[in-house]
Design a protein around this ligand. Structure first.
Ligand SMILES: [Mg+2]
Length: 392
């Protein structure tokens, strides 16, 4: 059995171009689907996959770990940068899909079988609609409350918000008060039984991140995400020590070594590897094993397309420390047209029942994908009020 080629299918989905990866084999009807979506880096990732393709043609797709080692280590430069890491991830996910199909079982069966009955989903405020999630004004607490209510009406028991405004490295009380008002409005709207998450998008400086974390501590957040840059891991660890709120981070980290540092520093209670960036399902499984040794929970980053979601769900059914799956469902209205899925989502409670089809259990509708060719992603440029560059 041999790999004969690797194709990339780019599907423009407003904020992102989904990059679907199709690994082809010499066996009739046997191919695997992966995803390597990296917003604002679409053409670089497509090129990086092309660079890797020459390494894999003629190789046996079932030797996933061996091929992973080749992709990561060969040609001198290790695959721990975001572009190469994403390219490797997309191919790795597709190889697992192939292996499941070869053996006629789902990926989670390959990994030792189901460790839970269902997986809980959480949504973004507004369901992933860009304007609701990213552009609700920080001084519009009522809107945060209304969107929270809407998420619960749609069946979700957990949701994530961007209730921390873009903030200069030091600002006074105003942004902190905004964040408190927004979280209070959401808590009042949904009560104590619903889990609320706040994603800081690593906007704050370490000290502002600390102020936000302390101010929001009374609201019992499920987790508080990326309170400052991952480059300042020691400061994430300080915040984790200073509050009882579980701190989450990791969506920008590539490879097990980066997560080793995060875990050694006791920086988080929740790791958030992105399966489409961190090195794929192979690396995500090693990261999960490492996190297990620290009793840290896992909640993969997953705001991308449907192959990423299927990969996250398969991982979740075989990973004990996996607590919840990020999901978007209103980013584009034709989302479900490009994919058929093996798992099912129960509307009440938004829980996912397992896939029984081989591999990832999905098929991509290539004709539908062709209707949405590459376009430049919507640019997100952030400047503070004095004109200096900020974090989005
Ligand atoms: Mg995030």
């Amino acid at each position: 059995m041999k790999i004969t080629g690797i194709e990339t299918l780019v599907c423009h989905a407003r904020m992102r171009n989904w990059i679907f990866v199709k690994v082809l084999t010499d066996q009739p009807g046997l191919w695997g689907w992966g995803e390597a979506t990296l917003e604002w880096h679409t053409q670089s990732v497509v090129g990086a996959i092309k660079d890797i393709e020459q390494l894999l043609i003629g190789e046996d797709p079932r030797r996933i770990e061996h091929l992973w080692q080749m992709m990561y280590r060969q040609h001198f430069w290790h695959g721990n940068g975001i572009v190469r890491g994403t390219a490797i991830s997309g191919i790795d996910i597709a190889l697992w899909d192939i292996l499941g199909k070869v053996h006629g079982v789902s990926c989670h069966e390959l990994w030792g079988g189901r460790v839970r009955d269902y997986i809980r989903l959480y949504c973004h405020l507004g369901g992933g609609k860009m304007e609701d999630f990213y552009e609700t004004a920080p001084n519009d607490a009522k809107r945060f409350g209304d969107l929270a209510q809407q998420a619960v009406e749609e069946g979700f028991t957990a949701f994530k918000s961007m209730a921390v405004p873009e903030t200069m490295s030091l600002e006074g009380l105003k942004p902190v008060k905004y964040a408190v008002a927004c979280v209070e409005a959401m808590r009042n709207a949904v009560g104590d039984d619903i889990d609320i998450m706040v994603d800081c998008h690593a906007r704050p400086s370490p000290r502002m991140g600390m102020q936000f974390a302390k101010a929001l501590e009374p609201y019992g957040l499920y987790f508080f995400e990326e309170p400052c840059w991952p480059e300042t891991m020691e400061d994430i660890a300080l915040i984790q020590r200073a509050v009882s709120t579980p701190i989450a981070s990791g969506e920008r980290l590539i490879g097990v070594h980066a997560f080793r540092e995060m875990l050694e520093k006791r920086a988080v209670s929740v790791i958030q590897p992105d399966i489409t960036h961190c090195g794929g399902l192979s690396e995500a499984r090693k990261i999960a094993a490492l996190a297990d040794a620290y009793r840290v929970s896992m909640a993969p980053h997953n705001p991308q397309g449907p192959v990423s979601t299927a990969a996250s769900i398969e991982l979740g059914f075989a990973t004990p420390s996996y607590i919840i799956c990020e999901s978007v469902h209103k980013d584009v209205e034709w989302r479900q047209d490009v994919v058929s899925e093996g798992f099912t989502v129960q509307e009440k409670g938004r829980i996912v029942l397992p896939n029984n089809k081989p591999g990832l259990g999905i098929e991509i509708n290539e004709e539908e994908v062709k209707k949405h060719p590459f376009q430049q992603e919507v640019l997100q440029r952030t400047f503070y009020k004095d004109g200096s560059v900020g974090d989005w």
